[in-house]
Design a protein around this ligand. Structure first.
Ligand code: RIB
Ligand code: CA
Length: 319
């Protein structure tokens, strides 16, 4: 029995690793993909998703999302992911046709078709899920569960001093999604920076990807190696040294396996009005708000075990 997933992503280098990982898993059905603007514009994300699903053999609906956040002006991360979103990778032209629906509609249709079965995985800004909630407020009860890469709890940001990229791009959308899913039968799992930055690719992992690309005829092996090399160059230029924080795959693998990290309940909300802190995800550790927990926060990450699992899964699936 393969577990169905809808992936809403801003592909992006680590999004591409996560999509490849899912394609390598025999226990996962990728039911659909929503292309959300973030690392690069939505149209570029969409092209990346259409090319990657074609090369990965994922004959699944890929729907284009909104071309801007709900309120915030669009911003992109060309420096981090490259102008085309996949670093140095050279992609062929897409051969797959896009799904004619808008991203928000794909969320709604897939959730309604399989009530209680579909796991939602948000690896980019929350724009299209928020739009879907406006049209179908029952989504939190139609989905099996929601898993999100985003936010930073009691930890510095990576976009503003206190804000993480996926939330900073569209804070209004993130706030609406967290509020709506707080009442879901199972709280969303939130993989925030203090957890995902425990996942570090060193030169060893980059070399493993390069060796995979050298020996494997699979085109995605070369795409990932060339994309991740660019990601290392960004992290070095950003002062972190020759390494890369790999965020989306941890949240993805935990959503599939329940492994590699624990969780703890926490009331989390998004700051919208702060002049210095807009887009910050605030966690109420002492219960000062008097609110029930809104997320299950990823914690107690096991980095070495996860990184080995990720690389060996990619080597087996793309080898
Ligand atoms: O802050 C990291 C997140 O922002 C990741 O999802 C990365 O792909 C970017 O979208
Ligand atoms: Ca992402």
């Amino acid at each position: 029995m393969r577990a169905p997933f809808l992936i809403d992503c801003d592909t992006g280098i680590d999004d591409a690793i996560a999509l490849s990982y899912l394609a390598c898993r025999a226990d996962v059905e990728v039911a659909g993909i929503v292309s959300t603007g973030g690392n690069v514009p939505a149209a570029t994300v969409h092209r990346n998703n259409l090319v990657l699903t074609g090369l990965l053999g994922l004959e699944v609906p890929v729907a284009l999302g909104a071309d801007r956040p709900l309120v915030e002006p669009p911003m992109f991360a060309d420096d981090t992911h490259g102008p085309a979103g996949l670093g140095h990778a050279v992609l062929p032209d897409p051969v797959r046709a896009e799904d004619p629906r808008r991203g928000a509609q794909l969320w709604i249709d897939l959730a309604r078709e399989r009530p209680g079965e579909l796991t939602g995985l948000v690896l980019g800004p929350h724009t299209n899920l928020a739009l879907a909630l406006e049209l179908e407020p029952e989504l939190p009860r139609l989905l099996r569960r929601l898993h999100v890469m985003g936010g930073s709890i009691h930890h510095r940001g990576n976009t503003g001093p206190t804000s993480e990229w996926n939330i900073a791009v569209d804070p209004e959308a993130a706030q609406r999604v967290l509020a709506a899913f707080a009442t879901a039968p199972r709280r969303p799992v939130l993989g925030a920076l203090q957890a995902t930055e425990r996942i570090v690719f060193s030169a060893t992992q980059l070399e493993r990807l390069e060796q995979l690309a050298e020996r494997s005829p699979h085109p995605v092996a070369r795409i990932l190696a060339d994309a991740v090399r660019f990601y290392f160059e960004f992290h070095r230029a950003d002062g972190f040294g020759w390494m890369a924080h790999v965020h989306d795959p941890l949240v993805t693998a935990h959503a599939v396996t329940g492994d590699f990290a624990g969780t703890r309940p926490l009331a989390v909300d998004v700051e919208l009005a702060g002049t210095l802190t807009r887009g910050q995800t605030v966690g109420d550790e002492l219960g000062r708000w008097g609110r029930e927990p809104t997320v299950d926060l990823l914690a107690e990450v096991r980095p070495a075990e996860f990184v080995e699992h990720l690389l060996s899964t990619l080597e087996a699936g793309l080898g």
